[in-house]
Ligand binder design. Structure first.
Ligand SMILES: Nc1ncnc2c1ncn2[C@@H]1O[C@H](COP(=O)(O)OP(=O)(O)OP(=O)(O)O)[C@@H](O)[C@H]1O
Ligand SMILES: [Mg+2]
Length: 472
């Protein structure tokens, strides 16, 4: 049986096609059907009960365990039931976490909108909870619920950003960063689970005819994971996107040189890599152009880790920066501090583990000559909402201000569409790029380290673990 062939870099677009968003709907999820989603009233009791359940120990093995696409009907039903078994508790944890914010903060219309979105999603999932999906008809309906979930939460980040900006008098930057870091990391996992089922659904035997792509048995995708992901190809794609916007805005674009091992490939989630590289390139392009160094190339080195790298040991870069896997991202820390869970230490249930036989992975160094980061700015670069764009420019971004008004490059770069269907297209200049990029990198045990040579340039080391070798 043939399977769906999707372009390497733009798998996110496949997901966006699958998940109705804006006008991009395919017939099965037409607006009319979409509105008929069955919902239940979510009570406080439901939330407390579900939030008291431990989080499922999601592993990448979970995402690929249903087999290579195209899934058979029974494999697809297993995937649906697995997805159903873990999402309600995750949503309830998020609702609890929002409710634990100071009341005046949750009362902000934007933050309260996010709270209502979670209640909406849980209410569409509740009619499915505690039952088993046994027919294809139910699986289709359940997949509509997943598409609704992904769509409902697509703009979460920009809405939260606006809400926290408005509520900044009532909550400290430290608490905002703490909340957002947990919330957005948890969201990465929840989206991954939902999108994986959507992707598996559309490339499954029973539903294959719904996809518009051609079929190809050689596809390297298992749902949202590309088992032969070539980082250099993602870099080229992101360079084009960021470069075009940069040129539109500034009239110039720096060029990118890729060296190291551009042919290297590994198994990872392309939309995550796309998101991270876009953010890192936005920063490098902006710094390079604003310091008038656009003639100097941005150098990107793809450096695979040696095959015999010891798992969980740190990765030492040539600048002496140690990126430790053990303290970066093997744990889904979501829901601990804000939900009153009994233990603050990560339990086995909360671990996000790479596949048992994980490949060592790769370090990608992005080196620019943009003048580096000043000592005053450097301590804040990981804070959500810290940006060296000024407040007017931030407000202009949030209100969708046009580039011509501000006279800066910020809103030009803001039009970059967020990779990963994350609704981050209006985020530029909000100071979310580095912390959120790091959250994506750490999700599967990687990391980001920034080394600034003030007055000269910046080296950013993105380390990614391979998510495993997936053999037939
Ligand atoms: N390569 C770089 N060169 C110089 N400064 C940088 C570089 N990368 C980051 N910075 C500094 O770190 C700050 C925070 O970066 P971050 O990407 O988190 O936010 P931002 O770029 O301001 O906004 P956003 O990424 O949300 O569009 C930037 O405002 C900038 O001052
Ligand atoms: Mg940035």
């Amino acid at each position: 049986m043939a399977q769906v062939q999707r372009p390497l870099v733009i798998q996110s677009q496949f997901i966006r096609l699958c998940c109705p968003r804006n006008a991009r709907r395919i017939p099965i999820f037409s607006r009319a059907r979409h509105q008929q989603l069955h919902t239940s009233t979510v009570t406080d009791h439901d939330i407390v009960r579900l939030a008291s359940l431990p989080l499922h120990p999601l592993t990448l093995a979970d995402l690929v365990k249903h087999g290579r696409p195209p899934l058979t009907t029974s494999q697809l039903l297993t995937s649906a039931n697995f997805t159903l078994s873990i999402l309600p508790a995750r949503l309830a944890h998020r609702i609890q976490s929002l409710r634990n914010l100071p009341f005046i903060v949750v009362s902000n219309p934007h933050i309260s909108k996010i709270h209502s979105n979670y209640i909406h999603s849980l209410s569409t999932l509740l009619p499915w909870a505690e039952r088993e999906i046994t027919t294809l008809e139910d699986e289709v309906k359940f997949t509509e619920v997943m598409a609704d979930l992904v769509q409902t939460h697509s703009n979460t980040i920009s809405i939260l950003a606006r809400g926290f900006l408005e509520a900044r008098k009532y909550i400290s930057p430290k608490d905002v960063t703490r909340f957002l870091d947990e919330h957005l990391r948890a969201r990465i996992g929840t989206r991954l689970i939902a999108e994986q089922h959507l992707a598996l659904h559309f490339s499954s035997q029973p539903h294959q005819e719904l996809t518009q792509d051609g079929a190809d048995e050689t596809s390297s995708f298992i749902g949202v994971i590309d088992t032969k992901l070539r980082p250099a190809k993602i870099v080229q794609h992101c360079e084009n996107v960021v470069g075009e916007i940069c040129e539109l805005r500034y009239g110039v674009r720096p060029h990118v040189v890729i060296n190291g091992e551009p042919e290297y490939s590994f198994a990872h989630v392309p939309v995550h890599l796309e998101y991270i590289i876009t953010e890192l390139l936005k920063n490098a392009f902006r710094a390079t152009v604003e310091s008038g160094m656009e003639r100097e190339p941005i150098e990107i080195t793809i450096a695979p880790l040696p095959e015999d790298s010891i798992e969980n040991s740190g990765t030492e870069t040539d600048a002496g920066v140690v990126i430790k896997n053990s303290d970066q991202g093997t744990t889904d820390i979501a829901s601990r501090a804000f939900t009153g869970m009994p233990s603050l230490s990560p339990s086995a249930d909360e671990q996000i583990r790479p596949l048992a036989h994980s490949t060592p992975g790769v370090t990608i160094r992005i080196r620019d000559r943009g003048g580096g980061i000043s000592p005053e700015v450097y301590p804040h670069i990981w804070d959500y909402s810290f940006t060296t764009f000024n407040e007017d420019q931030v407000s202009s971004t949030l209100s969708g201000g046009s580039p011509s008004k501000s006279g800066s490059g910020m809103d030009a770069l803001s039009t970059i569409s967020g990779a990963g269907g994350d609704g981050v297209n209006s985020l530029a200049g909000l100071g979310y790029g580095l912390p959120l990029g790091r959250a994506y990198a750490e999700y599967f045990g990687g990391g980001i380290a920034v080394q600034s040579l003030w007055g000269w340039g910046t080296d950013v080391y993105l380390s990614l673990r391979g998510v495993g070798r997936i053999d037939d």
